[in-house]
Design a protein. Structure first.
Length: 604
């Protein structure tokens, strides 16, 4: 009997001695089945000795469910939930030494010399040694393949209470083999993420620290000063939506150069490079005014991060232009709300493509390939132009001229299937895919698609009329669990590409947009966690990196947070500045920053 603990420090597989320690094995297994250990912290880390977990409140004092420090599975199934302990297996003799990777229950109280009470608290030995403690009842062993994770845990720095400075948490528990019949109902908890006592890596804390509000106050003071000295007509004035801001320019770049490069997007009214008043030298930024707003927006989408004269430029337009995209009846809505901009601020070059919404996987993949070919060719053309300039100037040839553009693909939902088809089936690409990260992608199909296809078939049987393919678009027919089984067999992974995946799940309230679809999946999948469109199990492909809790299928692309702010601004007449300060339900932008950072640390 085995259990897999997926932790932030690595995976731990434990073999339980269920025949010798039936009570302890049954208790631990059923607690795992209930998701009791999900998101819990490791603590009491004694280097070279042991580490513990199983106290739900440690590192999660603000939790709403399971507010107790130690309990057996009997306390979980009771009404109400309370702390209840079990009598442990009686031992005739105890081992004199503990082996590395030994897993056991922490004995909280002894009633008799050879009898103990145990609950949820568990200890794992990090090294072999003398049995210096008598309050641990060992009933399992970590397999040797997982010892590297134990060694990793042993390297973490701890505070005075022996809790790691950087959290080690259990993401999920998976039962590989369960010899015990359930015999009764075991509730499955969807444990929310902790919000207060979370110890993030210092690197992430430094990188994601919010801007100082004093900066915004200073901007307002400077605007007021400019208005007083008549360099600004009125405080808070907004630039024209036809004007594109461009910065990080090479001092040698001229206005005529920018006209030559940007005129392909539309008619240009004027170009200005801001220069020092005394020396006349370029300050590295300027403005390009187009005759039409759509020309400006097209240039913004295509030119961000492009290299001009050895410098990777940054372009932007007025904030009002970006915020008003949802105006005109709320019909124009972006897909990746704010994600592209957030990644570009961190120095990433981001290409965003569009595919036919209701096309087949193959049609969408071909459309994606065409877009990537065009985007990478533009990027290659501009990069090569500067590389050739460097060759002429320095007489040195750069190997990057002949190398294909390297891409790390990030895809949401069905987009992940398009990418898998592209990688596996489309040959002779002018770009090289290094990795694919899918987010809430139905790799094994969606029960919602099954439900819709079966419903249409039933209606067709009742009222025979048009063929089913004229009713259902390919994007729905090809998301069924049956079709995806065929797709997975005929679309193998490319061994030269790394595959990563994330899932999401939540429990909806009655007014949530995914309430009905969530119920459909819940009923058809025997209660598997899902985000209203895809189960967590279906979202796993390649190296599964984790699951975002309390996150539905639209939360993951930041759509709802954006809509919430725009509705607040439009309906409740909240100013755009104030609406920006509205706290989102989930900070999904940091999630994509984490993906980019994780890929960078892996060498992509």
């Amino acid at each position: 009997m085995s259990v897999l603990l997926e932790t932030t420090a690595g995976d731990i597989v434990v073999d339980l001695k269920y025949k010798q320690y039936e009570v302890e094995s049954y208790n631990f297994l059923k607690l795992c089945k209930c998701n009791f250990y999900q998101n819990q912290s490791f603590y009491n880390l004694r280097k070279g000795q042991s580490v513990e977990f199983g106290n739900p409140l440690l590192g999660y004092e603000d939790r709403k469910e399971l507010r107790l420090k130690n309990t057996s599975v009997e306390g979980i199934v009771s009404e109400p939930v309370k702390s209840r302990l079990l009598k442990a297996t009686e031992l005739s003799k105890r081992p004199s030494r503990v082996l590395k990777g030994s897993l056991g229950n922490v004995v909280v109280r002894k009633q008799e010399p050879n009898q103990a009470l145990i609950g949820s608290q568990v200890s794992i030995s990090l090294a072999e040694g003398d049995l210096g403690v008598t309050n641990i009842l060992y009933f399992g062993e970590v397999i040797q393949d997982s010892w590297s994770t134990l060694d990793n845990i042993g390297t973490f720095v701890v505070d005075h209470s022996y809790r790691p400075i950087e959290d080690i948490r259990i993401r999920s528990t998976y039962i590989i083999y369960d010899p015990f019949d359930d015999g009764r109902y075991f509730p499955t908890y969807e444990v929310t993420l902790p919000m207060q006592d979370v110890r993030l890596p210092q690197m992430l804390v430094d990188e994601f620290t919010d801007e100082d509000p004093e900066i915004h106050k200073d901007i307002k003071r400077k605007e007021l000063s400019l208005e007083i000295i008549e360099d600004m007509p009125v405080i808070g004035i907004k630039p024209s939506p036809r004007v594109l801001f461009i910065c990080k320019l090479n001092p040698l770049t001229r206005a005529n150069d920018l006209v030559t490069i940007f005129q392909r997007f539309g008619v240009i009214a004027s170009v200005e490079i801001v220069r020092d008043k005394s020396t006349g030298h370029s300050l590295g930024y300027g403005f390009i005014e187009f005759t039409e707003r759509q020309f400006c927006e097209h240039a913004y989408k295509k030119m961000e991060g492009v290299i001009i004269d050895d410098r990777r430029i940054h372009v932007d337009f007025s904030q009002s232009t970006e915020d008003e995209r949802i105006d005109n009846g709320f019909l124009e809505i972006e897909y990746w709300i704010g994600v592209k901009e957030q990644l570009e601020e961190k120095g990433c070059t981001v290409l965003v493509t569009k595919v036919p919404s209701f096309g087949s996987i193959e049609e969408r993949a071909l459309s994606l390939h065409t877009s990537l070919e065009k985007e990478t060719q533009n990027l290659r053309r501009l990069t090569t132009k500067n590389e050739i300039y460097n060759v002429k100037r320095n007489n040195t040839v750069s190997s990057s001229i002949s190398e294909p553009i390297k891409l790390n693909l990030i895809a949401h939902s069905m987009g992940g299937l398009d990418c898998r088809f592209l990688i596996s089936k489309i040959k002779n690409k002018n770009y090289k895919v290094l990795s694919l990260t899918t987010v809430s992608t139905p790799h094994r199909g969606s029960e919602v698609a099954d439900y819709v296809v079966n419903l249409i078939q039933d209606l067709k049987n009742l009222t025979p009329s048009e063929p089913e393919q004229l009713i259902l678009p390919p994007s729905i027919r090809e998301l069924t669990t049956k079709y995806m089984s065929f797709f997975n067999k005929t679309t193998p992974n490319d061994p030269t590409v790394s595959y990563f995946s994330y899932g999401s799940c939540f429990t909806p309230r009655w007014f949530n947009a995914f309430y009905i679809t969530w119920k459909i999946i819940h009923n058809l999948s025997a209660g598997l966690p899902n985000d209203g469109m895809v189960t967590v199990q279906s979202s796993k492909w390649g190296h599964f990196r984790g699951c975002l809790l309390d996150t539905d299928h639209l939360d993951i692309i930041n759509w709802k947070n954006k809509l919430q702010k725009d509705l607040s601004s439009s309906i409740f007449n909240i100013s755009k500045t104030a609406s920006k300060s509205l706290k989102p339900d989930i900070d999904i932008l940091n999630f994509y920053l984490y993906i980019a950072d994780d890929l960078a640390r892996r060498g992509f």
